[in-house]
Design a protein around this ligand. Structure first.
Ligand SMILES: Nc1ncnc2c1ncn2[C@@H]1O[C@H](COP(=O)(O)OP(=O)(O)O)[C@@H](O)[C@H]1O
Ligand SMILES: [Mg+2]
Length: 202
């Protein structure tokens, strides 16, 4: 373990990302590493303002894609790169794969346009490892059914999440070596066993 790594958690709403992210970061800290936990959209003051807008305000799918990448640029320049440069590991709840999944798969924004934004915003940075929490959509929806308030994305239909899930799997197939695919249907204890194995490989 020498160079600080950039690790992202991805998957549909309800897959269990947030549940496991804090525990994962703590496991890294127990190895003596400095770890910064962050999220997208968000991660900076402007990013969190954009998050509020993105989660509430209806807008054109391409506006949504551009605002996601605008928030991401701030996040990269203000938070992610400075942390990595000072040797702090970064664990982010979502990153660009989520734009390919939600704005691309879910909303139908052209892949080529998202690839242009990706090159513009972070041609020189990709996550070292992406944990993709893969889960059948019905199971994920069931987990969210207890939530009192659902945001603009969480309120979408099952068919939207089927497309999101498929687009995530397409991203995985494109660069499989960057990904660790997690069977997110498992119990939290089983997921932790998988995460422990991943940490051992970092
Ligand atoms: N492995 C699991 N088995 C059953 N329920 C889970 C599991 N992981 C998370 N949950 C529950 O599912 C809901 C969604 O989890 P969360 O971590 O918020 O998902 P995400 O951040 O991916 O949207 C929460 O109520 C959480 O307690
Ligand atoms: Mg979450």
């Amino acid at each position: 373990m020498n160079k600080a790594k950039f690790i992202t958690f991805e998957g549909v709403d309800g897959a269990g990302k947030s549940t496991h992210l804090a525990w994962f970061a703590e496991t890294l800290r127990q190895r003596g590493l400095e770890v910064l936990v962050t999220r997208e959209p968000g991660g900076t003051a402007l990013g969190e303002l954009l998050r509020e807008i993105l989660l509430r305000q209806p807008m054109h799918a391409e506006t949504e894609a551009m605002l996601m990448f605008a928030a991401r640029l701030e996040h990269i320049e203000q938070v992610i790169k400075p942390a990595l440069q000072r040797g702090t590991w970064v664990v982010s709840d979502r990153f660009s794969d989520a734009s390919f999944a939600y704005q691309g798969g879910g909303r139908g924004v052209q892949l080529s346009k998202l690839e242009q934004l990706e090159r513009w915003v972070h041609a020189d940075l990709q996550p070292d490892v992406t944990l993709l929490f893969d889960i059948p959509v019905e199971v994920a929806r069931q987990r969210l059914s207890n939530n009192a308030t659902l945001d603009r994305f969480e309120q979408e239909q099952g068919s939207f999440f089927e497309k999101v899930r498929q687009a995530y799997l397409d991203r995985y197939k494109k660069t499989p070596l960057r990904f660790a695919l997690i069977d997110a249907r498992q119990t939290p204890e089983q997921v932790k066993v998988d995460l422990t194995k991943i940490v051992a490989l970092l």
